[in-house]
Design a protein around this ligand. Structure first.
Ligand code: PBG
Length: 332
C-alpha cells in the first residue's frame, strides 16, 4: 500500500493528533496485559527474596515466593510466567543431570504454581547453562559444544517439565534439530497439547550480562556462545531458522534480544505470520532502570514506549521483566 497524503493544506496530519480522543481513535497499535510474559528467577529455600544487583527491581525467589508472584501476576491479568532457576555454583556439574531431575527447582515450582494458581500459563527454559559447570547451553567436550548429545538431554528436560505441568516449553539453547526432537518426545510421552515457543533467532549478545548474574552463570561461563547463538550481523539467517523451527513443530517463535532486533521481528512476522514474540532481555531492562534511577529518563514512560515498539514491529507478545509494573499501569 502506497502511503498517500493530499497536498497541504487539504491534508494537515496534525488534525488527528490535536486531542487525546482523536489520537486514541487513530492509534494503530495497542499494548495490552495480554501481551506480557513475566520471566522470574527461582532459588532454593523458603520465604526468600534475594535482589539481583544488576537488575534493580528483580529478585530470585524461593518456590513459595514464586507462587505468591504467580498469584500476583494472575491477578493483574498477565497470561504467562516464565521460570529460570538459580543453581548454587557448588551444585553445577559437567553432566548437567539436575536439568532433567523431576524434582529439580523448576519442576517443583511448576507443580506448586499449578496447584495454587491454575489459570496462569507456565513457560520454562530448556538449556543446560544453569546446571552446567562451564556455563554453556550444551555439553562441552574438549572445548566443543556437542550438538546431538545435548539435544538428547534437552528432550529429557522437556519431558520432565511437561510431566510437571509446563504449558509452554522455551528452548533457548540454539542446538540444531532440537525442536523436532522435543516435539517427538512430547508426543511420545502423551503431551499433545504442550506448546513450544522456540527461541528461533537468538543472537550471541552482550545484552544477556545481568541475566547470567541472575542465574549464577557469569562466573562459570568459559568463552562465548558464538558457535551456537547467531551473529548480530545476520538477518536472512534468522528467517531460515524460524522456517526450520516452524517446520519441526514450534507453535510460536521468539526473537532475542528485543529492541536492538526489531527489524528481525518485523521480517519474521511479515514472512511467516506465525505467533511471534520478542524477549526484552536483562541488559535492555538494566539500561532503562539505571537511567531511570539516575533521573536521566522517565522510567515508566520509557518502559511503556519500549513495550509498544514491540507491538509496532509485529510482535504478538513480549517477555519482559517489566511485566507486573507495566500491567499495573495498563490496568490503572
Ligand atoms: C540461556 C538463556 C539466556 C537468557 C535466557 N536463556 C542467556 C544466555 O544465552 O546466555 C537471557 C535472558 C536475559 O538476558 O534476560 N539459555
Amino acid at each position: 500500500m502506497e502511503p498517500r497524503l493530499a497536498p497541504f493544506p487539504a491534508s494537515r496530519p496534525r488534525r488527528t493528533r490535536a486531542t487525546a480522543p482523536l489520537r486514541a481513535l487513530v492509534q494503530e497499535n495497542t499494548l495490552s496485559v495480554n501481551d506480557l510474559i513475566w520471566p522470574v528467577f527461582v532459588r532454593d529455600g523458603t520465604d526468600v527474596e534475594e535482589p539481583i544487583p544488576s537488575m534493580p527491581g528483580v529478585s530470585r525467589r524461593s518456590v513459595d515466593r514464586i507462587v505468591t508472584a504467580a498469584k500476583e501476576a494472575a491477578g493483574l491479568g498477565i497470561p504467562a510466567i516464565c521460570l529460570f532457576p538459580y543453581i548454587e555454583p557448588s551444585l553445577k556439574t559437567e553432566d548437567c543431570a539436575g536439568a532433567w531431575d523431576p524434582d529439580n527447582l523448576v519442576n517443583t515450582a511448576i507443580r506448586a504454581i499449578k496447584d495454587a494458581v491454575p489459570d496462569i500459563a507456565i513457560m520454562t527454559d530448556v538449556a543446560l547453562d544453569p546446571y552446567n559447570i562451564n556455563g554453556h547451553d550444551g555439553f562441552v567436550v574438549d572445548g566443543e559444544i556437542l550438538n546431538d548429545e545435548t539435544v538428547e538431554a534437552l528432550v529429557k528436560m522437556t519431558v520432565a517439565q511437561a510431566d510437571a505441568g509446563a504449558d509452554i516449553i522455551g528452548p533457548s539453547d540454539m542446538m540444531d534439530g532440537r525442536i523436532g526432537a522435543m516435539r517427538a518426545g512430547l508426543e511420545a510421552a502423551g503431551h499433545r497439547n504442550v506448546t513450544i515457543m522456540s527461541y528461533a533467532a537468538k543472537y550471541a549478545s552482550a545484552f544477556y550480562g545481568p541475566f547470567r548474574d541472575a542465574v549464577g552463570a557469569s562466573g562459570a561461563l568459559k568463552g562465548d556462545k558464538k558457535t551456537y547463538q547467531m551473529d548480530p550481523g545476520n538477518s536472512d539467517e534468522a528467517l531460515r531458522l524460524v522456517a526450520r523451527d516452524l517446520s519441526e513443530g514450534a507453535d510460536m517463535v521468539m526473537i532475542k534480544p528485543g529492541l536492538p532486533y526489531l527489524d528481525i521481528c518485523r521480517r519474521v512476522k511479515d514472512a511467516f505470520g506465525a505467533p511471534t514474540f520478542a524477549y526484552q532481555v536483562s541488559g535492555e531492562y538494566a539500561m532503562i532502570q539505571a537511567a531511570a534511577q539516575n533521573g536521566w529518563v522517565d522510567g515508566e514512560k520509557v518502559m511503556m514506549e519500549s513495550l509498544m515498539a514491540f507491538k509496532r514491529a509485529g510482535c504478538d507478545g513480549i517477555l519482559t521483566y517489566f511485566a507486573p509494573e507495566a500491567a499495573r499501569l495498563l490496568n490503572a
